[in-house]
Design a protein around this ligand. Sequence first.
Ligand code: CTP
Length: 217
Amino acid sequence: LAGRHALVTSGPTREAIDPVRYIANRSSGRQGHAIAAALAALGARVTLVSGPVHLPDPPGVSMRRVESARDMLAACEAALPADIAVCAAAVADWRVAKVAPGKIKKTGGRPPALELAENPDILATLSAAGNARPRLVIGFAAETDDVVDNAVAKRRKKNCDWIVANDVSPASGTFGGDRNTVHLVTESGIEAWPPLSKDEVAMRLARRIGEHLAAAR
Ligand code: CTP
């Protein structure tokens, strides 16, 4: 992957409610960080755009630390052009429509209702970036049910090239865990990968990316 620029998103996003509270999710960032490390190990120049995680920076990658989905999108757009984009972040689908400027206080009345607004979809935005679209755009599909069917539909809906589908049902132990059982959905079909560590998934994906770009050269 020498001479290639890879953009990777990782981790959760945080969506502020007020200055002290936020909405987030259980993503650890382990899979996205492992992918960034694997791409760098194969020679790519890597920009890793990450939400807040408790992980060391992978060696040899250029970090962009962000909080919200909108910050993550802006950092991704600023990092273009890229040959490869891998969107592994668990981006919050919604943000709070009006962030309170001060801490929301209990008033003794009804609890506050949070009105939500939809966040931009970073994967779909990169896939639709026209001339700036990375040659290979890869998304993840975190699913609890009908994992493969949902991933195939998500690939079409978001116009990306490949989807790495993973089972995030509580029984799978994926979120926060070290192992991942994935299917790779590409233009030419569906591959079931064996249960692997997140590092192994990352290295296998990075090798596949290298082979794909070499074949297309
Ligand atoms: N994604 C993104 N920006 C968003 C939401 C999701 O870039 N605002 C990306 C994720 O990084 C992942 C893919 O889209 O690569 C799929 O995320 P997932 O949570 O599985 O799907 P959603 O789009 O949230 O769809 P749904 O909640 O309906 O399953």
